[in-house]
Design a protein around this ligand. Structure first.
Ligand SMILES: Cc1cc2nc3c(=O)[nH]c(=O)nc-3n(C[C@H](O)[C@H](O)[C@H](O)COP(=O)(O)O)c2cc1C
Length: 184
């Protein structure tokens, strides 16, 4: 089985859900996907034993988590030698249009700064808002981001397009892992 690394950061859990969903979609296609939370103790011990790597995280207050940048810097040596796909989970990605796309592109560039890494594929994943799980301070912070994005400011909502997520992971693995192509 072709081994695929899926490394992620999450704050409220949506990116974990995305990472595990990708792993499930890849397993259905016969890949062996290892899912690693880069904020966990396992992250430093990740071995360069993968045919391809998918790395991603969520955006809070305009940035990806510093742990994600640290993971990319720490493992940049071998990540540069395998096909790398990057995904970014945010509310920004729930909006269509050039402004939203350029905002995500800038946040991804920031993340890759000082790593020298050049992903062969990237994906914007629309996240979720879970007001019912936030404390009062977080709820207030999210409301201002949501208001600016025209998203609900009080009810829980999941924007994630799961078909898109599946397509991104499966097409990346199919096109870049060296797996034999099915004959049409
Ligand atoms: C406190 C807070 C701040 C956020 N700031 C932003 C932001 O600046 N830009 C954005 O596009 N999304 C923002 N979001 C939306 C998150 O990216 C979205 O909720 C995502 O699903 C979180 O993923 P996670 O659960 O994996 O951390 C914010 C969410 C929270 C809770």
């Amino acid at each position: 089985m072709i081994p695929v690394l899926i490394a992620y950061t999450t704050t409220e859990g949506q990116t974990r859900k995305v990472a595990e969903f990708m792993a499930g979609a890849l397993a259905e296609q016969g890949y062996r996907a290892d899912v690693v939370d880069v904020a966990s103790g396992r992250a430093a011990g990740v071995q360069p034993l993968y045919a391809v790597a998918i790395v991603g995280g969520s955006v809070h207050m305009g940035h990806h988590a510093p742990e994600l940048a640290r993971f990319l810097r720490t493992h940049a040596g071998w990540l540069a030698s395998v096909p790398l796909a990057l995904f970014s989970v945010s509310l920004t990605a729930a909006r269509e249009g050039p402004d939203s796309e350029s905002t995500t592109a800038r946040m991804m560039e920031d993340l890759l700064k000082e790593t020298g890494l050049e992903p062969v594929k990237s994906c914007r994943v629309a996240g979720a808002l879970r007001y019912s799980e936030y404390g009062p301070v977080k709820r207030m912070a999210v409301r201002s981001v949501a208001r600016a994005a025209g998203a609900p400011v009080d009810e829980d909502v999941e924007f994630t397009d799961w078909d898109d997520v599946r397509r991104f992971a499966v097409e990346f693995a199919r096109d870049f892992s060296g797996a034999p192509r099915e004959v049409a």
